[in-house]
Design a protein around this ligand. Structure first.
Ligand SMILES: Nc1nc2c(ncn2[C@@H]2O[C@H](COP(=O)(O)OP(=O)(O)O)[C@@H](O)[C@H]2O)c(=O)[nH]1
Ligand SMILES: [Mg+2]
Length: 188
């Protein structure tokens, strides 16, 4: 298991073309805007504000790359599912996302984050079907499980697992629950 003591922000790129190649294994985070991608990174690497978090959906419009221990790159991808942006903008983000996912040579797998407070959304499922179609492996992480009562959590996780036909790892950026399990899955 990777022991995280060194981590650095590398670059924000508007498209794959602008992403440097690092020759290191890379994993990518995808999920709806506000699902907790930036918080996930911060908790995983024990840093409070390495990745910028916010209450305003739609802020992460770039591919943000982080390096862990000179062994692994984590890519924070633009979130999908914004309500308040134009169709044209949505299409342009979708293209950026697809281009990265299909053509990033060092990409090992994707971690799809799902908000445990809600049922799996249509665009979450569409994204998963798209990944499956292109044979891009994906791990499912249910975020914000600290907000769900203990007796309701199993059903919430089961719903996510069944809808996406995938195992689910419960995670909380607030308590750190699930962190060890995810660190064990990281390549490098
Ligand atoms: N209670 C709780 N809130 C969280 C958790 N993860 C993220 N949040 C909150 O959800 C909001 C969006 O998080 P952020 O990491 O910026 O999401 P992103 O848009 O996917 O990068 C912020 O207000 C976070 O504080 C979590 O595990 N538990
Ligand atoms: Mg973010």
């Amino acid at each position: 298991m990777i022991k995280v003591t060194r981590v650095e922000f590398l670059i924000s790129c508007p498209s794959l073309k602008k992403c440097p190649e690092y020759n290191l294994p890379e994993i990518a985070l995808i999920g709806r805007s506000n699902v907790g991608k930036s918080s996930f990174i911060n908790t995983l690497v024990n840093r409070k504000n390495l990745a910028r978090t916010s209450n305003t959906p739609g802020k992460t419009r770039l591919i943000n790359l982080y390096k862990v221990q000179d062994r692994l790159i984590i890519a924070d991808l633009p979130g999908y599912g914004y309500a308040r942006v134009s169709k044209k903008e949505k299409e342009s983000w979708a293209k950026t996302l697809e281009d990265y996912l299909l053509n990033r040579k060092t990409l090992k797998y994707v971690i799809q984050l799902i908000d445990a407070r809600h049922e799996v959304q249509k665009n979450d499922l569409q994204m998963r079907e798209w990944l499956d179609y292109y044979k891009i492996s994906a791990v499912t992480v249910a975020t914000k499980i600290d907000t769900i009562s203990k007796n309701k959590l199993p059903a919430a996780l089961k719903q996510i697992s069944e809808t996406l036909s995938s195992e689910v790892i419960g995670f909380s950026a607030k308590t750190g629950f699930g962190k060890e399990k995810i660190l064990k899955l990281l390549p490098g």
